[in-house]
Ligand binder design. Sequence first.
Ligand code: NAD
Length: 438
Amino acid sequence: MRVAMIGTGYVGLVSGACFADFGHVVTCVDKDPTKIDQLNAGRMPIYEPGLEDLVAANVRGGRLSFALDGAEAIRTADAVFIAVGTPSRRGDGHADLSYVYAAAEEIADLIQGFTVVVTKSTVPVGTGDEIERIIRARRPDADFAVVSNPEFLREGAAIGDFKRPDRVVVGLEDERARPVMAELYRPLNLNETPILFTGRRTSELIKYAANAFLAMKITFINEMADLCEAVGADVQQVARGIGLDNRIGGKFLHAGPGYGGSCFPKDTLALVRTATDAGAPVRLIETTVEVNDARKKAMAGRVAAALGGDELKGKTVALLGLTFKPNTDDMRDAPSLDVAPALIAMGATVQAFDPEGMEEAAKVLDGVVFRDGPYEAVEGADVVVILTEWDQFRALDLDRVKLLLKQPVMVDLRNVYRPDDMRARGFRYTSIGRPQRA
Ligand code: NAD
């Protein structure tokens, strides 16, 4: 199959490279010349484990290429994927569909022969209908079908998720698209991946429902963590105790500073808007959004409390981890964007380190001093805060950390270390939802 992938970001680049690895001929198109130049030079514009090798192998194999101008690729494609961004629209939280619609217009002008136009971007219910309308209005003669095929990959584990997904969801209204989609994903038959064919609107909603459910699950355990702290229980044991029940499942039950990232915040908000507009409000999700926003903002207060006060004047805080989760350089809606400014507003000097995210972080975080490594960040600080659970922060030389700190205080917002252990090592240690025995 010949594939044109419009948008070469986290989703477009990973999907494009994986489809090429499945044996299809893929052109990844992006309007950002820097990205295309980097990719043509063999450099990855994003950090994603395993991506550089996968891209290199498929470029070498002649199945993967990159283009600023998608005309040729779109003309000859069996399937054109739209994988552009759908950020929150300023002001109202609706998904901003301007990039999707612009891509649809470009595609309309170019397709030749029967072409399946596949929306991989996360888009509100009814967007497929609008894409169909746009293409038809612009090219009444075009022969095409618009399909919804939401992406469920996680950054940091994106290649494995794409190649071994729990399921693939395909929403279509035109049966001619079914064999094309089945052929694109045929290699997944080997590992018996369920491919769920639904109507297009249903498929669009499945993506939002999945993300909203996961965001709610995280928020649920975060509230249980606060309750654990209030009543002297241990949230990790609560999570295990409930997670072993198959109806609940153990994943996404790690208490922390609140969810962030490029998907959950914007997708929960967009679902709330869609539901409100449709006259069927989703109150659980409205509350999830509110509780999570408040949580991220409250984390700086925990740091001040660990130093025995409610402000941080004259204090230095070492922040370990800035990206919204490990193994990515993605800073979109990361908790650090709430935590660092709040620490600074309370009077602190913040010195931070992140293994992959500092270049992005420097663009969006004002007033933070960036350091070259975890120990450099910790040096001379009054408290060290673990904000993202990168592997290298799980295995810190704690004696060295203790020597470098002005006082041995750690606030572990990811429950990486064990309270008893830390106390035995002489730290004043606080974490999330675990008993603080003296
Ligand atoms: P991204 O911002 O990393 O990438 C989008 C890319 O599209 C950018 O490089 C941009 O330059 C390009 N682009 C925009 N308009 C274009 C056009 N007309 N022609 C060519 N290129 C164009 O975004 P992302 O994180 O890859 O997300 C893309 C979509 O996938 C979003 O809807 C998102 O919600 C969804 N999604 C993301 C993830 C994730 O983990 N990042 C997971 C599942 C779904």
